[in-house]
Design a protein around this ligand. Structure first.
Ligand SMILES: [Zn+2]
Length: 381
């Protein structure tokens, strides 16, 4: 039923249509062109572009089915990481790679290609299927911006699948929540040679705090990282301001909160403990500690419908799916945060976010089979 050649051609066309984050316009137009003739009952582009700065909004396609099973949605992101301009696909046998100077874009176009092929098969074979929605987001790779700006009211289904993970046969059922930290340490500027005692060195204060902050893997559920530090103007000026950016992730909301608080207390403690040794400082140190929730926790019950159904679909096509917990954040975190249970399904892509990215046609064919099994209700008890 699945047309391997057609699937491969579609995949190459998708990959060779550049769509780095915020420049998803051509990809969105292509998807409308491809899926439009497959008679969706609703096509909708939201107004998230105003918020994300993308050329396109998020795209929604609904195909009303006749089977009584509850509607499901599938999600892929339209954008890719850099270097992703001028992608030329190379095919050796059934293995797809880029020409070597760019990424391939199988993240996430392997998922999109499988969704397109699945709908073509359903229409061509006139197979009965359940109502399904395809949700294509923008700007996933630059902070899940499209998903964050999406109104979940546009999705009828109550659960679904993000086709967006590397390897094959993996289903991600858990991912951490994360906070982004932006910390500004304020001191006081002074000439470092003439009047150092007038100044307060923000860099020294920041370093003192940073040295006490927990770092790396904190426990099996939690991580902390500081990734950016900038501040200061010249070596002969006592630095007035230093800004640090970091993140906390945890599979436990409580630990996320307590670790974030712990870091804040360390910084506040250093500012409070500062003493004006010479008695001549022309100011007081200060602190702006900003916590931005980045993405919410994802934790799916193994007995939930979203997991049960994909496992049954897997069994039907003879595919043993492994359930895993991952460490990254993706659109699925955001959908789960909206109350839409969303599991992440691997598409076969590997070495993603590098010029060695690759995917096998066989894996995209298997993914298409899995989607078809889920939509046609085959494999149910
Ligand atoms: Zn991805």
């Amino acid at each position: 039923m699945i047309d391997r050649k057609r699937l491969a051609t579609t995949f190459v066309e998708l990959c060779e249509t550049d769509s780095p984050s915020r420049h998803e316009g051509r990809m969105a137009a292509l998807l409308k062109n491809i899926l439009g003739p497959l008679a969706p009952d609703e096509v909708f582009e939201d107004d998230s572009a105003e918020q994300t700065g993308s050329e396109s909004g998020n795209l929604f396609f609904r195909f009303n089915g006749t089977l009584p099973e509850k509607p499901v949605f599938f999600n892929c992101h339209m954008d890719t990481v850099q270097p992703g301009v001028g992608v030329r696909v190379r095919r050796q046998g059934d293995l797809f790679t880029s020409a070597g100077d760019t990424i391939l874009g199988s993240d996430d176009k392997s998922g999109i290609a499988a969704l397109i092929e699945a709908m073509r098969v359903l229409r061509e074979q006139q197979l009965p299927f359940r109502t399904v929605e395809y949700v294509f987001t923008t700007c996933e790779e630059i902070g899940l911006l499209g998903a964050k700006a999406l109104d979940p009211a546009h999705i009828q289904a109550r659960f679904g699948y993000s086709l967006d993970s590397s390897g094959f046969g993996r289903v991600i059922i858990g991912a951490p929540a994360a906070n982004r930290l932006r910390i500004a340490v304020h001191g006081h500027a002074a000439h470092a040679g003439l009047h150092p005692e007038w100044g307060i060195n923000a860099m020294i204060l920041a370093a003192r705090a940073l040295a006490r902050v927990p770092d790396g893997r904190i426990d099996p559920e939690s991580t902390v990282n500081f990734g950016i530090i900038h501040g200061g103007i010249a070596s002969n000026i006592v630095p007035e301001k230093v800004v640090l950016e970091g993140e906390v992730r945890s599979h436990s909301e409580e630990k996320l909160t307590s670790l974030t608080k712990q870091i804040e207390e360390i910084f506040r403690g250093v500012i409070q403990d500062w003493q004006d040794a010479g008695g001549q400082a022309r100011g007081k140190p200060g602190l702006d500690f900003v916590v931005e929730p980045d993405f919410p926790l994802m934790h799916l019950d193994q007995k939930s419908a979203v997991i049960r159904e994909i496992q049954q679909a897997g069994e039907h096509i003879g595919l043993d799916l492994t359930l895993e917990v991952a460490g990254g954040g993706s659109d699925a975190n955001i959908f789960n945060g909206y109350g839409l249970e969303t599991a992440i399904v691997a598409t076969g892509m590997t070495n993603v976010h590098s010029t060695d990215e690759q995917v096998e046609l066989d894996d995209m064919v298997r993914l298409t089979e899995l989607i078809l099994a889920l939509l046609t209700g085959q494999g149910k008890d």
